[in-house]
Design a protein around this ligand. Structure first.
Ligand code: PGA
Length: 248
């Protein structure tokens, strides 16, 4: 499985941030062993896709319907038309801020796959669930509820992102990450059969150029989803480089 290093710019960046993408694209071309992806804000998608080179560009969210009276929303097909090749579904900020349920995340991912996109489906416990010893159960249930029926190894990526580790500078221990990823792998095999063995499982939450190499040594960690540290080439490229070194 090829390692995937994906950046999520969230609601950050005007057009000036595309200069960072230019630098990321140039450096990614020199690290061909790793897949590099960026999800810019929707407003930058078309231009980002046009100048991304080998960097795969994707959306941060989509609607579950192909079209209709949904003011302010964007369909998976619209993302495709802008040059997106993947979409993040069910990021914890969408789940927390907009009340997205597993069922809604699954329907969005289903629409994304139907439009030809890869869905990066995010799952992860919050701090109380971790403290109460329920993290493994919660994440397994989220996975089961969020993976669409038409998923396979080519169109699905899972990202395990404990909400308490996002943007906080805190991460689970390597043992905790490995334990969770093993559970996710086992559950994927149950849900989609043999295809589940080849679905990439990312870790996300306070990943940086210093901790990525160790995180990638955890069992069943096939890459990372990065927020804050993906906003500048200076912070993102050391992550890509470390991943390339590990993959060699
Ligand atoms: P972070 O965000 O890297 O800023 O912690 C991760 C994410 O939300 O995917």
């Amino acid at each position: 499985m090829r390692t995937l290093i994906a950046g999520n710019w969230k609601m950050n960046g005007g057009r000036a941030i595309l200069a960072e993408l230019d630098r990321i694209a140039a450096a990614a071309a020199a690290a061909p062993a790793v897949d590099v992806a960026i999800a810019p804000p929707f407003t930058l998608l078309a231009e980002a896709a046009a100048r991304a080179g080998g960097v795969v560009i994707g959306g941060q969210d989509c609607h579950s319907a192909p079209k209709g009276a949904h003011t302010g929303c964007i369909s998976a097909g619209m993302l495709v038309e802008m040059g997106a090749r993947f979409v993040i579904c069910g990021h914890s900020e969408r789940r927390a801020e907009f009340g997205e349920s597993d069922a809604l995340v699954r329907s969005k991912a289903h629409a994304a796959l139907g439009a030809g996109l890869t869905a990066i489906v995010c799952i992860g416990e919050d701090e109380a669930e971790r403290d109460e010893g329920r993290a493994l159960m919660v994440v397994a249930a989220e996975l089961e509820g969020s993976v669409p029926p038409n998923a396979n190894a080519a169109n699905l990526v899972i990202s395990y992102e404990p909400a308490w580790a996002i943007g906080t500078g805190r991460t689970p221990t390597l043992a905790e990450i490995g334990e969770m990823h093993l559970i996710i792998r086992a559950k994927l095999l149950q849900l989609i059969g043999e295809e589940g063995a080849r679905v990439r499982i990312l870790y996300g939450g306070s990943v940086n150029g210093t901790n990525i190499a160790a995180i990638l040594t955890c069992p069943e960690v096939n890459g990372a989803l990065i927020g804050g540290a993906s906003l500048t080439a200076d912070q993102f490229l050391p992550i890509v480089q470390a991943a390339a070194n590990v993959s060699q």
